[in-house]
Design a protein around this ligand. Structure first.
Ligand code: NAD
Length: 329
């Protein structure tokens, strides 16, 4: 079994810098070097992190087993293709690509070359979500809000592919049923593409998700509310807080968690609402995500978000975006 994974980072802008920082410290990862088309930025990060810089992508690819691709989304397909064709594992930042054809191509290519793809849907590693791992989540309805102040980074794609895709991936991980219908609309504010979007997704099992995303908000918001039989859960991904409200028989044994006086329901049972705020471990989601990648390459784990999951999230995102464009016509 591989004892150490030789890895390189492609694109050391805002997020790539953090990839390189973590990978220089993660157990079993050997950060061989970094590459960026912006030589000034490459030099700066190389000096700052004391990591070798490579003057060409080919030279870096030759020296490693695996890569983290943290370039703008519009370049993911071309860069990932080159890495995979050379037999290297790839971590591709979200979204996997900009089109379903490209995502399909990359997933098939990785299958043929027997390489791993992990996609950077980082919220799956958010400690506030991980704190709920013992809970059976089977939503009837999900309400999500994700807002961010405007920045030019990420605007090579519409807000649905930049921000909403995080929540689409989360919703698809919670609701195990095919998508039946999508209603969506949106507006352009700062760019020529869609900057604010709302989508209502109906699933074949009857569940519904309502997702709102904006990249022209005053403050950052990343909140999800999940409603299901006898259970209401809220997750604040930014504050790192989860809350659980559960209707149970009044005989439940934790008196501190009781929120309501018992009520006699129509079957004559005494029901009460219990409140719980699970302990959220202070952990860095990007570090956990990259550890999952390294351990998957070593054969000890499998990627929590693989290429197929990345493609599924993109598929729904593109359908939402197409509905918005139809509406704007
Ligand atoms: P950025 O613009 O800060 O950095 C991108 C870097 O890639 C730049 O330094 C640029 O010079 C370099 N680059 C561009 N084309 C390249 C190429 N062909 N080869 C090598 N280097 C190249 O962007 P960012 O905000 O770091 O975003 C990068 C990716 O990460 C995007 O796909 C974005 O969607 C994703 N992202 C994910 C999250 C998350 O929460 N998971 C957050 C931010 C960004």
């Amino acid at each position: 079994m591989t004892k150490q994974v030789n890895i390189g980072v492609i694109g050391v802008g805002h997020l790539g810098f953090h990839h390189a920082t973590h990978l220089s410290k993660i157990k079993n990862a050997n950060l061989v070097g970094i590459y960026d088309i912006d030589s000034k930025r490459l030099d700066e990060v190389s000096k700052q992190l004391n990591v070798p810089s490579f003057e060409s992508l080919d030279l870096l690819i030759d020296r490693v087993d695996a890569l983290s691709i943290v370039t703008p989304t519009s370049t993911h397909k071309v860069v990932a293709e080159k890495c995979i064709q050379n037999g290297k594992h790839v971590f591709i930042e979200k979204p996997i690509t900009t089109t379903i054809n490209d995502a399909d191509h990359i997933v098939q290519l990785a299958k043929k070359n027997n390489t791993i793809i992990q996609v950077g849907h980082i919220e799956r590693f958010n400690p506030a979500l991980l704190a709920l791992s013992g809970l059976e989540i089977q939503p009837k309805y999900i309400e999500v809000h994700r807002m961010a102040p405007f920045m030019s980074r990420g605007t090579d794609v519409p807000v649905v592919l930049d921000l909403m895709i995080h929540d689409i991936d989360l919703v698809l991980s919670f609701i195990d049923s095919p998508v039946k219908d999508i209603y969506a609309n949106g507006v352009s504010i700062m760019t020529s593409s869609v900057d604010i979007a709302n989508a209502r997704i109906k699933f074949k099992n009857g569940s519904i998700a309502n997702i709102t995303s904006s990249r022209v908000a005053k403050d950052k918001v990343r909140k999800i509310k999940i409603f299901q039989q006898d259970l209401y859960v809220t997750i604040d991904f930014l504050a790192g807080i989860s809350e659980v409200y559960k209707a149970m028989d009044a005989s439940a044994d934790d008196p501190d968690a009781i929120m309501s006086a018992p009520l006699v329901d129509s079957d004559g049972k005494h029901r009460q609402i219990f409140y719980e705020k699970p302990i959220v471990q202070k952990q860095d989601a990007l570090k956990l995500e990259l550890e999952n990648y390294i351990q998957s390459i070593m054969g000890n784990e499998t990627p929590i978000v693989d290429g197929v999951a990345g493609k599924q999230a993109l598929d729904v995102a593109i359908k939402i975006h197409d509905k918005i464009l139809e509406d704007l016509k």
